[in-house]
Design a protein around this ligand. Structure first.
Ligand code: SAM
Length: 306
């Protein structure tokens, strides 16, 4: 089997979440093809991992990859926020989130995540969900479309793009990635077409976030994960854009009474990694450790006053 996704900041994550020779339980909340998980299982001989992914196809790839590790690995096809909401298992030592989607989704899934391929607009991780990207593009009203492209894509030409989409769909439903990419290309000013990223990049990101409810899942998942974490246990989160990173950063900052932030500044990939694995370029890694005892909030205030 071929694996197309290269795990981001693997060495850094392996050192922050390090059980050594001890028995430990880890949850990889974003299993993907299992790039991180396979490295952890190979490096730490008494570590057990539960891997979560809402996409059953990529999860099956990971399951095959992890077969040599027998019962040290278990895969669950579930949204990570739902997993933590209902979690009643044993305390967890390490938790990893590597947010967003995998290279597999752009290159192999056939679900229209990339404007570089001619595919049906779908973008669902859960292929049984009712809403797909085609529904969003064709059925949302112009204001809702513009708002979502602005809010989830941080796209400055959101209004023009939404207007162009609504005009084009009066003639026929927009069903394919290349149709949508062409509409966006024509909607933006000429100078915007020749920048580092394609003018459709941000709109495609926004659609994917909307279809999978990506941002709404982060905080509830962190809340549940922190509850399940053992004192002394660690959570690592890798984000790829500011819309993901901001809620993670504030979630941790607002809970400094129960956790220690181990990465005062987020860790970023080395230049060498960025060159070898360009999708890692925008990654940020934040790691926290759950305190043995809750901090006295008065002490925390003093710390900042000094
Ligand atoms: C960036 S990839 C993970 C790559 C993986 N760490 C590796 O090295 O192979 C993120 C994965 O998480 C899954 N995913 C994203 N959001 C999710 C969520 N809220 N719940 C469950 N799975 C999710 C995606 O389907 C994707 O396979």
């Amino acid at each position: 089997m071929q694996y197309v996704h290269c795990p981001v900041m693997a060495n850094e994550v392996l050192s922050f979440l390090n059980p050594g020779e001890k028995e430990a339980l880890m949850v990889d909340c974003t299993l993907g093809e299992g790039g991180h998980t396979s490295l952890f299982l190979a490096r730490y001989p008494r570590l057990k991992i539960i891997g979560l992914d809402r996409d059953s196809r990529i999860m099956e790839k990971a399951r095959t990859r992890m077969a040599p590790y027998g019962d040290r690995f278990e895969a669950k096809n579930i949204w990570f926020d739902q997993f933590w909401k209902n979690y009643e298992g044993p305390g967890v030592d390490f938790i990893l989130f590597d947010l967003g989607i995998s290279v597999f989704h752009y290159e192999e899934s056939g679900r229209g995540f990339s404007f570089k391929r001619e595919e049906k607009l779908d973008m669902r991780l859960n292929t049984e969900a009712d809403l797909d990207a085609c529904d969003v593009v064709n059925d949302y009203d112009e204001t809702s479309l513009a708002n979502l492209i602005y809010n989830y894509g941080e796209e400055r030409y959101s209004r023009r793009i939404a207007a162009a989409i609504c005009k084009a769909r009066q003639t026929k439903r927009i069903e394919y990635t290349n149709e949508l990419a062409d509409i966006i290309w024509d909607a933006v000013p000429n100078e915007y077409r020749h920048r580092r990223i394609h003018p459709a990049t941000k709109t495609f990101q926004a659609l994917r976030i909307e279809v999978n409810g990506e941002l709404d899942r982060i905080e509830p998942a962190l809340e549940g994960a922190l509850r399940a974490l053992k004192p002394g246990g660690r959570i690592a989160v890798i984000t790829f854009h500011s819309l993901e990173d901001r809620p993670v950063k504030w979630f941790f900052k607002n809970r400094e009474n129960v956790l220690e932030i181990l990465t005062k500044k987020p860790v970023e990939p080395t230049q060498e990694e960025c060159e070898m694995n360009p999708p890692s370029r925008s990654a940020k890694l934040r790691v926290v450790e759950k305190l043995e005892n809750e901090r006295d909030p008065a002490k925390k205030r003093n710390k900042y006053r000094d």
